[in-house]
Design a binder for this molecule. Structure first.
Ligand code: IFM
Length: 443
């Protein structure tokens, strides 16, 4: 592939704490909502849990060497809040903090840029027992935890992400119950979304009060919505769909207001979140970049009496990944251009993009040509967006290695590195070898 990205473009790989660390009860780590949820019968495919995962907690040096060997610039990881504050707040666990110190040192010694996510879904269970993200106090606890992280790592970690995909935390955690804490209540989901956003804003405020040259942003999952036809009804349905699950997060952060149409629909159904006068000011505290997790698009059309938004989903047109997600690389281009036009010249990062396929390990090799092609096609579209003037600054492949894919357990593999969970041996898939080769052409 003959593409030249800007020389300062940041290439990376990404993971999240609960998905890879394991060591669930080591060194004083507290219980998280995912420990509790994954051990609840019937919640996770095959009854898998994150107890051991990739055992990264004990193998981080080997894993950092592997990241270095890929030739990337940066590693995006998340910090497990219950390792730092086993009770969510109060007494800090020095051994938990020490793990991230060792990890960050290892990255820096290998000239890898750390990019730390503060919350990738593993809320301390103690806070869930008090209502979790439906309790305003959780946002304050998050701010305190974030402030400590900025004090400890502010001078060595240049990129910070407050929350990963708050839509998933709120809608899958409290709305449809597919994720921890497994609640099915639309009202709680919308309230949780508000306090997640409020927590984000409080953390950005804390960041601004700590000295350092770092940058901070938020990562949102975004699937662009395409109308099923050119009819004004279908076009409006697609716009409504985007506003409901992407605009609901983007607009408060970047414009200081919820999308009016969606807010009115929630109000009509008695679902609008409770909030205080200054909340939206806090939520819209200026960020330095926006993180985008892009995997697929959705096609929507008008009319569905079962949806308060009155839209329905149409089947995808193109091939799908094992997740059932349509492969649509042009969607990442359309999304990037749309974001740039709508929200201005805020630097953008693809903080996740990748694909799940049914990988087979044969004699130490995984010929995952579909994943390689998926990545290549998305790189092409990102390059197109940069040429069109979009300030895209980096791209993190999801994921460095196979890991605990939430409700789908270990059977669903997203890694460019294959993990044999029996032996914890890592094998570079063909996609990883291709990525490494590609990166040599970018420097
Ligand atoms: O594995 C997840 C990740 O934790 C969040 N974004 C989507 C990925 C694939 O489902």
């Amino acid at each position: 592939m003959n593409l030249q990205f800007p020389k300062d473009f940041i290439w990376g790989v990404a993971t999240a704490a609960y998905q890879i660390e394991g060591a669930y009860n080591q060194d004083g780590r507290g219980e998280s909502i995912w420990d509790r949820f994954s051990k609840t019968h019937g919640k996770i495919l095959n009854g898998d849990t994150g107890d051991v995962a990739c055992d990264h907690y004990n193998r981080y040096q080997e894993d950092v060497a592997m990241i270095k060997n890929l030739g990337v610039d940066s590693y995006r990881f998340s910090i497990a809040w219950p390792r730092i504050f086993p009770n969510g707040f109060g007494k800090l666990n020095p051994k938990g903090l020490d793990f991230y110190k060792r990890l960050v040192n290892e990255l820096l010694e290998n000239d890898l840029i750390p990019c730390a996510t503060l919350y990738h879904w593993d809320l301390p269970q103690v806070l869930q027992d008090k209502g979790g993200w439906t309790n305003r106090d959780t946002a304050k606890c998050f701010q305190d935890y974030a402030a400590i992280m900025f004090q400890e790592f502010g001078d060595v970690v240049p990129y910070w992400i407050t929350l990963n995909e708050p839509w998933c935390s709120a809608q899958m955690g409290y709305g449809n119950g597919q994720h921890a804490p497994g609640i099915k209540d639309p009202k709680q989901a919308i309230q949780a979304a508000h306090y997640l956003l409020y927590a984000h804003g409080l953390a950005v405020e804390a960041f601004r009060s700590v000295t350092g040259n770092g940058q901070i942003g938020i990562t949102l999952n975004m699937s662009p919505k395409y109308p099923a036809s050119d009819s004004p009804e279908d076009v409006a349905a697609a716009q409504r769909g985007f506003a409901a699950d992407v605009g609901w997060y983007l607009d408060p952060v970047l414009k200081g207001a919820y999308p009016e149409e969606i807010f009115q629909i929630y109000k009509k159904h008695n679902l609008a979140p409770e909030m205080e006068a200054k909340d939206l000011d806090v939520i819209s505290t200026a960020i330095d970049f926006l993180g985008i997790n892009y995997y697929h698009r959705r096609i929507l059309g008008a009319g569905n009496p079962d949806s308060i938004f009155n839209y329905k989903s149409y089947p995808s047109v193109y091939e799908k990944t094992r997740m059932g997600w349509e492969i649509y690389p042009e969607g990442i281009y359309d999304l990037l251009v749309y974001l740039n036009k709508t929200y201005g010249d805020l630097p953008l990062f693809i903080t996740e993009n990748g694909a799940c396929f049914d990988d087979q390990l044969v004699e130490g090799e995984v010929h995952d040509h579909q994943r390689t092609k998926y990545l290549q096609d998305h790189f092409v579209q990102c390059h197109r967006a940069i040429e069109a003037g979009v300030p895209l600054k980096g791209f993190y492949v999801w994921s460095l290695m196979d890991n605990f894919e939430w409700a789908y357990g270990y059977d669903y593999r997203f890694g460019i590195v294959y993990v044999d969970y029996e032996t914890q041996t890592r094998y570079l898939k063909d996609s990883a070898k291709w990525y490494r080769e590609f990166l040599t052409t970018q420097k």
